[in-house]
Design a protein around this ligand. Structure first.
Ligand code: S3P
Length: 441
């Protein structure tokens, strides 16, 4: 298990592209696999999580083939055409693959056993098992809600009208994917709208899907059993991966970088607005549309960040970006306070506890609460000098790689391997811009 040493080197400078969006990449493979005919995907993220989705769809009968860098073709089996795999499917670290596939499988007349790494095996699956059980699927799961888990899909699924109990695009998408092979109208209601990539893609593929606002809720209605037309997906750059670069360039004095082709779906861009609220200098350039999603180039110049207590955005629009935002808060001037973040406790790791431990070990003063954290910013470099435990969480590894650039003494990340799940070129890309990152062991 290679560790990663992060220490300051030079200001960041240059123009880069980040790999494809992870959420869009997963969905482009799954939905292509359900179309009738051949879809092409360009800009696909080739991280371990997405490769797990590709393997799973192959195991269930779709032809999924890599032609070249980020360029893939998928021959779909049509809705209803998935087959029972002849072995357990291995989902690695990927919660998105697992939860969305539980939705898909739950309304196909097949049975699938899934497992994953230690992180994924500790993540709650009840949140998708509940609505899928109502639709007719049955489950056998370790301790009732954990992987390894077998899902047996229903041969006569029932449409549902489901209000998600937590803000989760995975739960919403699982129910919508289940709705694809269900007669009638499947409805999902959200108190807070979460990322809508599934809705956008299904619309582009010809599904009868409608989104409205009713009684303060975001409501999606999908008519079941459409024939999905194959499309050519162009995957935008991942704003969640870009976040590490945006924070790094904002906090390392003298930096000036441009990140091209960043997905700017308004339900994903909370991090950009949060950083701006802290005084970040970010120019949004060349706004355009790519494959049904807004994209832009982001120019970021270093700025002395100040603390923030009232984020101007809903947490769901930047749920994966809080770990690196906490690092920004650790070098900002003043005391930042973040609340309403209980969902962070059920990500790849308990991100509130793991970030609090890593920041504290590196000399950052903070208070952790059940649903958030208060961080006293150093107004410059943090002491650093300690090792951080990543707990199989890619975003913890990358966040502390960024913080190490603004530490008096190097920060050591115990395990760099999880970075492969979402951002395989992270180290090369950051060192190319001028960061000090070194693998060891
Ligand atoms: C994702 C939704 C979010 C996010 C995850 C990707 C998706 O999870 O954290 O990285 O692609 O739908 P939740 O739905 O659990 O919030």
């Amino acid at each position: 298990m290679p560790s990663l040493i992060s220490s300051s080197r030079t200001p960041l400078a240059g123009t880069v592209k980040v790999p494809g969006d992870k959420s869009v990449s997963h969905r482009s493979i799954m939905l292509s696999a359900l179309a009738v005919g051949r879809s092409e995907i360009t800009g696909l993220l080739e991280g371990e999580d997405v490769l797990a989705t590709a393997d799973a769809m192959r195991a269930m009968g779709a032809r999924v083939e890599r032609l070249g860098n980020g360029h893939w073709v998928v021959d779909g089996v049509g809705i209803g055409g998935l087959m029972t795999p002849d072995d357990v499917i291995e989902m690695g670290n990927s919660g998105t693959s697992t939860r969305l596939l539980i939705g898909l499988i739950g309304t196909h007349d097949i049975s699938v056993t899934m497992t994953g790494d230690a992180s994924l095996r500790s993540r709650p699956m009840g949140r998708v098992m509940d609505p899928l059980t109502a639709m007719g699927a049955s489950f056998s799961a370790r301790d009732g809600k954990f992987l390894p888990l077998t899902v047996t899909g229903s041969d006569s699924p029932l449409a549902t009208d489901y209000t998600t109990p937590m803000a989760s695009a995975q739960v919403k998408s699982a129910v919508l994917l289940a709705g694809l092979n269900t007669p009638g109208i499947t409805t999902v209601r959200e108190r807070v709208a979460t990322r809508d990539h599934t809705e956008r893609m299904l619309k582009a593929m010809g599904a009868d899907i409608e989104t409205t606002e009713e009684d303060g809720l975001y409501v999606v209605r999908l008519a079941g059993q459409p024939e999905l037309a194959p499309v050519n997906f162009e995957v935008p750059g991942d704003v969640s991966s870009s976040a590490f670069l945006l924070v790094a360039a904002s906090i390392i004095p003298g930096s000036d970088i441009t990140v091209q082709n960043v997905g700017m779906n308004p339900l994903r861009t909370g991090i950009v607005h949060a950083l701006m609220a802290m005084g970040a200098d970010i120019d949004i350039l060349q706004e355009r549309n790519l494959g049904g999603e807004p994209v832009a180039d982001l120019r970021v110049r270093a700025a002395g960040l100040k603390a923030v207590t009232d984020l101007p955005v809903d947490p769901s629009t930047m749920i994966d970006e809080f770990p690196v935002l906490f690092c920004a808060a650790a070098v900002a001037k003043g005391i930042s306070r973040f609340t309403g973040l209980e969902e962070l406790r059920v990500k790849e790791s308990d991100r509130l506890a793991v970030m609090a431990a890593g920041l504290k070990a590196n000399g950052v003063e903070l208070t952790e609460f059940e649903d958030g954290i208060e961080i006293k910013g150093a107004g410059g470099k943090v002491p650093g000098g300690a090792q951080v435990a990543t707990h199989l969480d890619h975003r913890i590894a990358m966040s502390f790689s960024v913080l190490g650039q603004m530490a008096e003494s190097a920060i050591t990340i115990d395990d760099a391997a999880p970075i492969q799940t979402s951002f395989p070129v992270f180290i090369d890309l950051l060192t190319g811009l001028g960061a000090g990152l070194r693998l060891e062991g």
